[in-house]
Design a binder for this molecule. Structure first.
Ligand code: BG6
Length: 488
């Protein structure tokens, strides 16, 4: 369905996110004929560019980010003709008159300001948007994560932005919520009768959430070294996934009904603080090793010669508990890292063992059921069940998966998360975006971990690039008699 006419204004228009994610996503939507004829995309940055040179740059970025088969010359040409560049500075008044002039050409259409910049610029940019009278009745604001680097800074930013934009116009993006399989969690849980009766501590032994990347630091050293994996991945993507797994059924799928339930989970997280934090968290940093079959340098080497010794974690594993009726007694194990052996993100729900076995020893072990929700690559859902092995040799049990991959089931390209989310903003649908109280509740839980690491002088444990992180991460789960799930 074609959305209403819009102007999409991207601050940070020459940055990594705009180039790698936002423009390719908008191009795809255009290719699928979902952008109205008059839609414009206005890149804003400080760099000296003309609209012409910027279009060439956007074209390069799209070609570099998408497989060749996804590029259609005509569609790309149409998309580029929508692109306009305005040179403006978020922290000074330079260029804003020009931005006003361009936007005033189309005051009646939906206007989206997407701030793909560091979050300390959000307040200053919003004030300028307001002072230059750029907020119309149909204006929306998108904020990229992470918002701040702790609860205090996040509050200050939300406060500053809130002076110019009411909450119902603010879209705090967490692109994991736009991933098909993450959204599918809601369908799986609440459109089937099978799982919900079992979805609690009485029947679920534990849950694992893994987001593994083979990528290293790439060009994002400056940001990443300040952030580290806990702030970059856990505070947002991983906690959001945890919320969708653990929340109570919302009464409907409206934004606030879902967000209210997620918030309750965040508030029920058992604090990890003080000396105890060392028992349930692991921080790691990769050393030289191999990734995707190539030798790769260590994190510190990537920072460059002369860089001070970094204590940023590129890997984090932790065990957390949710203090509520449904989940008391079921731990959640989270891990994420850069330069791990493969790019794989999945949620693994392990059910409890059967209460009593009727089978003889010869039948083999009865393995607890597992539900594996694979987010990437090869999005799909796998349910491990016990069956009888074939043949006349008596009752022998076997653990086999019911396996559904999206590629086979739908046979079409899986849209990138940003494709859905960018147009949800135009449609005015906030369901897949974070509310201010969610972001702050997440920081409220993260802050004591950061403080404990600091107070306990919890340094980063080295791991070889291409391995599954420090051995302490394996010990973290094995101590409880469990293991990280590995695909056979
Ligand atoms: C971003 C993080 O939010 O998510 C990156 O800042 C990370 O460090 C990325 O690489 C992972 O996203 P995806 O969609 O590739 O899993």
């Amino acid at each position: 369905i074609v959305v209403d006419p819009f102007d999409y204004v991207v601050f940070g228009g020459t940055g990594d996110l705009a180039r790698r994610k936002l423009f390719p996503a908008l191009y795809h939507r255009d290719f699928d004929n979902q952008l109205p004829e008059t839609a414009r995309i206005i890149g804003v940055a400080r760099r000296d560019e003309t609209t012409e040179s910027y279009r060439a740059d956007v074209e390069d970025a799209i070609r570099a980010s998408l497989p060749e088969g996804d590029i259609d010359g005509e569609a790309l040409g149409r998309f580029l003709s929508r692109v306009v560049y305005v040179r403006a500075d978020g922290t000074r008044d330079d260029g804003w008159d020009e931005l006003s002039r361009v936007l005033d050409e189309r005051r009646e259409c939906i206007r989206v300001f997407y701030l793909a910049t560091a979050s300390n610029l959000f307040g200053p940019i919003c004030h300028r948007i307001k002072n230059h009278d750029l907020i119309t009745d149909k204006t929306r604001l998108v904020l990229e994560k992470p918002i701040g680097h702790d609860l205090e800074s996040s509050r200050a930013i939300n406060e500053a932005v809130g002076q110019d934009f009411p909450e119902d116009r603010i879209y705090r993006i967490d692109h994991y919520l736009g991933k098909e399989t993450v959204q599918n969690l809601m369908a799986l849980r609440f459109a089937n009768v099978l799982f919900e009766p079992l979805w609690n501590a009485a029947h679920i032994d534990h849950v694992q959430i893994t987001v593994a990347e083979t990528l290293g630091l790439a060009e994002r050293a400056k940001y990443y070294d300040q952030a580290g994996a806990l702030r970059d991945m856990v505070q947002n993507h991983m906690l959001q996934m945890l919320c969708l797994v653990a929340m109570e059924p919302p009464t409907c799928i409206w934004a606030d009904a879902v967000r209210d339930e997620k918030l309750k989970v965040l508030r029920a997280l058992k604090p990890i603080a003080g000396r105890a934090a060392s028992n349930v968290t692991v921080r790691g940093q990769y050393r030289a090793g191999a990734a995707d079959g190539h030798a790769v340098p260590g994190y510190q080497q990537e920072l460059g010669p002369g860089a001070p010794t970094s204590q940023a974690e590129t890997f984090v594993a932790l065990k957390l508990e949710i203090d509520n009726w449904r989940w008391a007694g079921t731990p959640f194990y989270l891990r994420t890292g850069k330069r791990l052996p493969s790019r794989v993100s999945e949620i693994v729900v392990t059910f409890r063992p059967i209460p009593h076995s009727i089978f003889s020893r010869d039948a083999g072990p009865v393995v607890p059921n597992r539900l594996v929700i694979r987010l990437q690559p090869d999005e799909g859902i796998k349910l491990w069940l016990m069956i009888k092995d074939r043949g006349p040799g008596g009752m022998r049990l076997r653990n086999v998966p019911l396996d559904m991959t999206f590629r086979e089931a739908f046979g079409q390209r899986n849209p990138d998360a940003y494709e859905r989310l960018l147009l949800d903003v135009v449609r005015g649908n906030q369901t897949l975006f974070m509310r201010r109280d969610e972001v702050e509740a997440a920081w409220r839980w993260i802050d004591p971990i950061l403080e404990a690491w600091d107070a306990n002088k919890e340094g980063v444990k080295p791991y070889t690039a291409g391995s599954w992180g420090p051995s302490a991460s394996i010990a973290l789960i094995e101590r409880d008699g469990r293991t990280w799930y590995e695909e056979d």
